[in-house]
Design a protein around this ligand. Structure first.
Ligand SMILES: NC(=O)c1ccc[n+]([C@@H]2O[C@H](COP(=O)([O-])OP(=O)(O)OC[C@H]3O[C@@H](n4cnc5c(N)ncnc54)[C@H](OP(=O)(O)O)[C@@H]3O)[C@@H](O)[C@H]2O)c1
Length: 245
């Protein structure tokens, strides 16, 4: 028995990710309206970004350092504003299409922070290929994942197509939009991932071809980029997405 088998995780949010994670090992599922217990162990927040403040308010002060975040999007400013210095974070490169559905692993999940080892072991036990990385590498990978969400979410909204279709029919736009947003991120002080970023984003999409993204959580994703700089392709696609289909 290893550490991940022994530790009871509190899993906040009984949605797609929360239910999948809770099924991977000893867990206490915290459903909406239930408190986070003041018990030792990781507290994995599996709710959406806009619910993070509500969950922080439910968390006993002594457990804040145990919070583990799996959200997509740009979380750094929110952590800083809430005084969460270096929380455990995961970038989940797997999909759970619906509540209770099997995990579809895309490979490349990374975890960092105080509970990284335990969370990685738990995910591995659930069939997810995962690596523990240092904060620096995590930040660069987080930018890459942010770009994946923004690029494929927006193109999916405009063309009403799953990612497998977008990488064949819209590869040029995937590349151009990725490059445009990379420049904005770098100018805002975020680390620039090395090498062929667009190529890696498309390779990940090829592993989950049926996944259809959409424009979501704008202030944490595309809206953050637009607020920093209005760039031509991004702005044009956002306008198309806003127009009636
Ligand atoms: N699904 C994926 O494949 C995937 C992949 C990678 C990362 N993620 C990230 O993981 C996070 C969760 O995604 P998801 O797909 O699991 O979302 P989801 O299916 O919408 O589930 C979110 C859950 O959080 C619950 N919740 C909201 N506020 C709460 C509160 N105050 N206390 C307790 N529970 C609360 C919701 O409850 P109600 O049902 O009552 O609203 C819902 O059950 C998101 O940030 C997403 O970006 C998802």
């Amino acid at each position: 028995m290893n550490a991940a088998d022994e530790v009871t995780f509190q899993v906040v949010g009984a949605g797609r990710i929360g239910l999948a994670l809770a099924a991977m090992g000893p867990s206490r599922l915290v459903r909406r309206g239930e408190p986070v217990l003041n018990a030792p162990g990781p507290v994995v927040v599996c709710a959406r970004n806009d619910d993070l403040d509500a969950i922080l308010a439910l968390t006993p002060a002594g457990r804040r350092a145990d919070l583990c975040f799996v959200q997509n999007g740009l979380l750094g400013p929110w952590f800083a504003e809430r005084g969460l210095a270096a929380p455990t974070r995961a970038l989940l490169y797997f999909a759970v299409p619906s509540r209770g559905a099997a995990v579809e692993d895309g490979g490349g999940t990374v975890v960092t922070g105080p509970w990284a080892e335990a969370l990685a072991a738990r995910l591995a036990r659930g069939g997810v290929s995962v690596e523990v990385v240092d904060a620096r590498r995590f930040e660069a990978e987080a930018v890459e994942k942010l770009l994946w969400s923004c690029v494929f979410g927006l193109l999916a909204e405009v063309y009403q197509a799953p990612v497998g279709n977008l990488i064949t029919a819209r590869a040029d736009e995937v590349r151009a939009l990725t490059d445009e947003l990379l420049e904005v991120a770098e100018a805002a002080g975020l680390p620039r991932p090395e090498g062929d970023v667009a190529g890696r984003l498309m390779a990940y999409s090829a592993k989950i071809p049926g996944y259809q993204g959409g424009l979501k959580e704008l202030p944490w994703r595309n809206g953050w980029f637009l607020a920093r700089r209005v760039t031509p392709l991004h702005a044009a696609l956002m306008a198309k997405a806003a127009a009636p289909h």
